[in-house]
Write a new protein. Structure first.
Length: 503
């Protein structure tokens, strides 16, 4: 049995092109020295999945993949929701006894090293500021982020067109709110109605409520200038790919902001990067931790868009990898597009757990070497089931993998170390300066002040009726806003229609 295992695994995991080495195969819970397990670099744009119960080592697997890709000159972008990955910037501990013991069994030398890292943020964490303007989102994508219905989405399209025609730059959320205020009464209302059609005040109010709800999750820090150029994600240093870590620790309870960021980033990458077809190594690999946050509230239409993204973005040389607890967190339409599957242990404590384990095992090739449904519950730390694609795009046999240890620190950086990384970043110097040039807010504020004497008095229409904007600020509207916040707080959106190219 062992000789047959060695022959099959060796033949199916040996490749002619560049590869990344992950460890060695196991049979009967023992490492088989002659079975090196690697993945062809050219298939890493075919996407992947890292799954497993909490505490089974998913983060370390993610760390190893980022390291191995970096060593091959491939940049990565990592969504670090738990804050565990900053240690990639520091050298690992070669004297750690567990590491020594592991590599002694593997018969693979261990060389501790640090990797080139950029720490990034869309909130108050220290790092390179990632921003985008409202205009760059475009009306369709921005409407999806707000969760608007078809009627409201058409209104947003009119507002964007109006701002284009009137040279009113939409940079941040206060620009858009000012435009909504301006067209809700007075000259702005008449001008919009005459040239673009009348808009129901109730619809403007609903849109404004959703904008304020998004603001409550911290989105005002994301919308603005200077916009981040996604070309800056594909850097190398001394031949190693830069690992771009987006620090999202403070966004676990802000799903809309997380979704906003992911939507804009993936769409911008897709629209910006050129077609490259099949290449010897990917241009960029993206790892999305806690991926269930993206899919938990997705509609059928949105899932169709995600499936389309996964199919098409690989032709740009980009691989997308989802990190979650069970394969069932990922919709079947997306799961079927993932070439690499790395499965850590699952725990069968309840009937539901056992059902999920059976379903998880069905996602992997049938094997004569393992009783997969039992072994998946017994996998130790640093052990996984793995199946990948070979250089011809054919799935490799399921193998029980004993993984190498990360070369970098398996712990987070200190506050001082984080500050050093950010202070030495050329990207931070470029993007952390907030630019507040004249945009729709300033232009309309001046216009309204010249007409009414003060922007504070613009809440009265020709009939002395309070405007929609003013009504939104009254106490009864505040209660309605609170209800809206609860409703919208779990609205996870993921898609990529409507992004405008930057000018």
């Amino acid at each position: 049995m062992e000789e047959k295992f060695i022959a099959e695994i060796t033949s199916r995991y040996t490749f002619s092109g560049e590869k990344i080495v992950l460890g060695k195969g196991m049979l009967n819970k023992k490492v088989v020295e002659k079975t090196e397990i690697s993945i062809p670099l050219k298939t890493m744009n075919r996407h992947g999945l890292i799954a497993g119960a909490t505490g089974t080592g998913k983060t370390k697997t993610l760390q190893i993949l980022c390291e191995q890709l970096s060593l091959k000159g491939v940049p990565t972008l990592v969504m670090d929701i738990k804050g565990d990955l900053s240690g990639l910037a520091a050298e690992g501990n070669a004297e750690n006894q567990k590491i020594i013991d592991r590599h002694s069994v593997l018969k693979i030398p261990y060389n501790a090293q640090s990797f080139p890292v950029e720490l990034m943020t869309i909130s108050d964490e220290k790092g390179v500021r990632l921003r985008a303007t409202v205009s760059e989102f475009g009306p369709i994508l921005f409407s999806k982020i707000l969760g608007l219905n078809d009627t409201q989405q058409s209104i947003i399209s009119i507002i964007f067109k109006y701002c284009d025609d009137k040279a009113l730059p939409l940079v941040d959320l206060k620009d858009l709110k000012k435009v909504l205020q301006y067209v809700s009464d007075g000259d702005g209302k008449e001008e919009l109605s005459a040239n673009y059609g009348a808009i129901a005040p109730s619809s403007l109010g609903a849109i404004l409520r959703n904008i304020v709800a998004l603001e409550q999750q911290g989105a005002e820090a994301f919308f603005g200038e200077k916009s981040f150029d996604v070309q800056d994600l594909i850097q190398t240093r001394d031949g190693n790919g830069v690992i771009n870590i987006v620090r999202l620790v403070d966004l676990q309870d802000k799903p809309n902001l997380f979704s906003t960021f992911m939507l804009s980033l993936l769409a911008e990458i897709y629209n910006t990067y050129p077609e490259v077809g099949d290449v010897e190594k990917p241009k960029l690999c993206i790892f999305i931790d806690e991926a269930h946050l993206i899919f938990s509230e997705a509609t059928k239409a949105l899932l169709n868009q995600i499936e389309t993204v996964i199919k098409l973005i690989r032709s740009k040389g980009v691989g997308v990898f989802f990190v979650t607890q069970i394969p069932g967190d990922i919709p079947d339409e997306v799961l079927s597009q993932l070439g690499l599957k790395i499965q850590h242990a699952l725990r069968g404590f309840t009937a539901k757990d056992k059902k999920e384990i059976s379903q998880a095992v069905e996602n992997y090739p049938v094997t004569e070497y393992y009783e997969a449904e039992n072994l998946i519950q017994e996998l130790g730390i640093g052990e996984t089931f793995l199946t990948a694609l070979d250089e011809k795009g054919i799935p490799t046999p399921l193998v029980h993998l004993y993984m190498i240890a990360p070369k970098s620190r398996m712990d987070i950086l200190s506050t001082n170390e984080i500050e050093d990384v950010v202070n030495n970043s050329a990207l931070a110097e470029t993007y952390n300066e907030l630019i507040d040039k004249e945009s729709a807010y300033e232009i309309l504020s001046k216009r309204m002040e010249s007409v009414f004497g003060s922007t504070e008095t613009t809440a009265t229409s020709e009939k002395d009726e309070p405007s929609i904007f003013t009504k939104m600020l009254q106490s009864s509207a505040g209660k309605q806003l609170q209800r809206s916040l609860v409703r919208e707080g779990t609205n996870i959106l993921f898609g990529m229609l409507g992004l405008r190219r930057r000018r």
